[in-house]
Design a protein around this ligand. Structure first.
Ligand code: NAD
Length: 500
C-alpha cells in the first residue's frame, strides 16, 4: 500500500487519525492500491467551517478576478492531463483516450465558468417609476456542497464547483470513495491556480460524510449526481433541511432505429455509445428499440459483426476500447442481469460473461454483450445495468417505440436513427426524456447548455452546469431604488404603489 488519500481543507491536505479508511482497488488487477480516508462528522465540519470562513472575502472578490483563477486552472488542467488520466485509469479502469475525453468535457465547464463577469451582470431597468430604477442581482448562496459518483471522477465534479465558485460561493466536494484520487488531485490544481484557502474543500468519505453535509445548517445547497435511490434520499433530506437541491439519478437510454435508418452508420455510432467506458455512463446507450423485424434482424447481425473487433483491457493501452467494471460486486451484478435476461426468455447473441484478459485474469471485466428479444416486463430492461450490455427490444411502429420509452421510469437521454426529418422532429417534440439526439447516440449537452434528465433521472428544478448552474448557485435579489428629486417631492400614498 503506497499512500492514503485524505482531504483538502482550508487549503491544506489533511489525514485525520480519527477518520475511518477503506481500500481503493485497481479494477483491472483487483489489487488494493491505496487507502481512502472516510471523513468523520468532525472532519466534514472542519471543511464546512473553512468554507464559511473564506466566504465573506470571496463573495466580495470581483467576478473578473474569480474568472482569472479559472483561466489559470484551465491551463493547469491541460498541463497535468497525463497525470489526471493516469489516476482515472488506475482507480476507475477507464482507457486513457476515454479519460482524456472525460477531462476535456470537464475543462469545457471551466471555460464556461470563465464567462462569470458576463453571466453575473444581472438585469437593470431604468425609470420604472418617477426617479426610480430597479435591478436584479445574483448573489452567492454561501457554502455549497457537491456529492459525486465513481463513473466520472473528474468531469462530474467539474460540472459543479467551477461555476459555484465563480458565482462567489465556497465549496465542499465529496467525491466517490471508490476512485477518489483524481478529484483530489484536480482540486489541488485549483488551489495552485491561486484560489484563496477554504474556497474549495474536498472531503473523502461515505454516508457519514454525506449525512453531515445534509444536516449542517451552514450548507446552503447540495448538488448530487449518482444512482436514483440515493438521489431520492439526498433530495428528500436536503430539502427537508431547507436547502436548495438538485439530485441527478440513474438512466436507461433508448435509441429508436427506424426502418429507413442508415444501418451502417447507426451501428458504428451505437457500438461506442453502448460499450464505451464499459457502459458505465449515465448517458450510455443501453437499449435499442428497432421498428420492424427487418430493422431488428439487420441491426443484430451488423452489431454482432462489429462487436467481434471490440478490444477489452486495461487503462494504459490506448488500443483498448473499454476496461473493467468498477468493483467485483458490480461485475457480479452485471453478470446476474445477463443471467436473468436468459432465464426470462431473451436471447444472448453476444456473450461477454466469460471473458478473460491475459495478464489480468483477476480483473473485474465483462465483455461486450448483446441481448435480443428483450421485453419491457424483464428485470434486465426495467433496471439500470450500468455495464457493457446492449438490449434489443422490437416494436411494430414508431409510436409503439415511443410509448415503450415513455413508460420507463428513467428519462435521461434518448435518440433516434432515421433519414426522415418529420419523424425526427415529432420524436424530439413529444418524447418524455430530457436530452434527445437525432442521429447522435450520446446527446450530452455542450457546456453552454445544461444537462438534466426527466422523471426519475433528476430531482429538483434546475439541471446541471450551463445556464441552469448560474441560477442554481445564486439567489436573486431585486432592488428598487429612488433618489428623490429636490424639486418635486412625492406626496403621502396609502394605496398600493403603482408606477404611474
Ligand atoms: P451512488 O449513488 O452509489 O454514489 C454516488 C455518491 O453518493 C457517492 O459519492 C457515494 O459515496 C454517495 N453515497 C452512496 N451511498 C450513499 C448513502 N447511502 N447515503 C449517502 N451517500 C451515499 O452512485 P455510483 O455507483 O457512484 O454512480 C453510478 C450511478 O450514478 C449510476 O446510477 C449512474 O446512472 C448515475 N449517474 C448519473 C448521472 C447523471 O447525470 N444523471 C451522471 C453520472 C452517473
Amino acid at each position: 500500500m503506497s499512500d492514503v488519500v485524505g482531504h483538502l481543507i482550508g487549503g491544506k491536505l489533511v489525514v485525520n487519525a480519527h477518520d475511518r479508511s477503506q481500500a481503493v482497488f485497481n479494477p483491472a488487477t483487483a489489487v488494493e492500491s491505496r487507502l481512502v480516508s472516510l471523513a468523520s462528522t468532525t472532519t466534514v465540519e472542519d471543511a464546512i467551517s473553512a468554507a464559511q470562513t473564506a466566504f465573506p472575502a470571496w463573495r466580495n472578490t470581483s467576478p473578473a478576478n474569480r474568472a482569472r483563477i479559472m483561466f489559470r486552472f484551465k491551463e493547469l488542467l491541460h498541463t497535468n492531463a497525463d497525470k489526471i488520466c493516469q489516476l482515472i485509469g488506475q482507480e476507475h479502469g477507464k482507457i486513457v483516450h476515454d479519460a482524456a475525453g472525460e477531462l476535456q468535457r470537464g475543462i469545457e465547464n471551466v471555460e464556461y465558468a470563465c464567462y462569470a463577469p458576463e453571466l453575473l451582470k444581472g438585469e437593470h431597468s431604468k425609470n420604472v417609476g418617477p426617479n426610480i430604477d430597479a435591478w436584479s442581482e445574483m448573489q452567492a448562496l454561501g457554502v455549497v456542497a457537491g456529492i459525486t459518483p465513481f463513473n466520472f471522477p473528474v468531469m462530474v465534479p467539474l460540472w459543479m464547483y467551477p461555476m459555484a465558485i465563480v458565482c462567489g460561493n465556497c465549496f465542499v466536494l465529496k467525491p466517490s470513495e471508490r476512485d477518489p484520487s483524481a478529484a483530489l488531485f484536480v482540486a489541488k490544481l485549483l488551489q495552485e491556480a491561486g484560489l484563496p484557502d477554504g474556497v474549495m474543500n474536498v472531503v473523502n468519505g461515505d454516508k457519514e460524510a454525506v449525512d453531515t453535509l445534509l444536516n449542517d445548517a451552514r450548507v446552503q445547497a447540495v448538488s448530487f449526481v449518482g444512482s436514483t435511490p440515493i438521489a431520492k434520499h439526498i433530495y428528500a433530506s436536503a430539502t427537508a433541511n431547507g436547502k436548495r437541491c438538485q439530485a441527478l439519478g440513474g438512466a436507461k437510454n433508448h435509441a429508436i432505429i427506424m426502418p429507413d435508418a442508415d444501418m451502417d452508420n447507426a451501428v458504428s455510432q451505437l457500438v461506442g455509445a453502448a460499450y464505451g467506458s464499459s457502459g458505465e455512463r449515465c448517458m450510455a446507450l443501453s437499449v435499442v428499440v428497432a421498428v420492424g423485424d427487418e430493422a431488428a434482424d439487420n441491426f443484430v447481425v451488423k452489431m454482432s459483426e462489429q462487436m467481434q473487433s471490440l478490444k477489452v483491457g486495461e487503462a494504459t493501452d490506448a488500443n483498448n476500447d473499454f476496461g473493467p467494471l468498477i468493483t467485483r460486486q458490480h461485475k457480479d451484478k452485471v453478470v446476474e442481469h445477463i443471467n436473468s435476461a436468459e432465464r426470462d426468455g431473451a436471447v444472448v447473441v453476444v456473450d461477454g460473461r466469460d471473458i478473460s484478459i491475459d495478464g489480468y485474469e483477476q480483473g473485474f471485466f465483462v465483455g461486450g454483450t448483446l441481448i435480443d428479444h428483450v421485453t419491457a416486463s424483464m428485470t434486465c430492461y426495467q433496471e439500470e445495468i450500468f455495464g457493457p450490455v446492449l438490449l434489443v427490444v422490437r416494436a411494430e411502429s414508431m409510436q409503439q417505440a415511443m410509448d415503450i420509452i415513455d413508460a420507463h421510469e428513467y428519462g435521461n437521454g434518448t435518440c433516434i436513427f432515421t433519414r426522415d426529418g418529420e419523424a425526427a422532429r415529432f420524436f424530439s417534440d413529444n418524447i418524455n426524456v430530457g436530452m434527445v439526439g437525432i442521429n447522435v447516440p450520446l446527446p450530452v449537452p455542450v457546456a453552454s447548455h445544461s444537462f438534466g434528465g426527466w422523471k426519475n433521472s433528476l430531482f429538483g428544478d434546475l439541471s446541471a452546469y450551463g445556464p441552469d448552474a448560474v441560477r442554481f448557485y445564486t439567489r436573486r435579489k431585486t432592488v428598487t431604488q429612488r433618489w428623490p428629486s429636490t424639486d418635486v417631492r412625492e406626496g403621502v400614498e396609502f394605496s398600493m404603489p403603482t408606477m404611474k
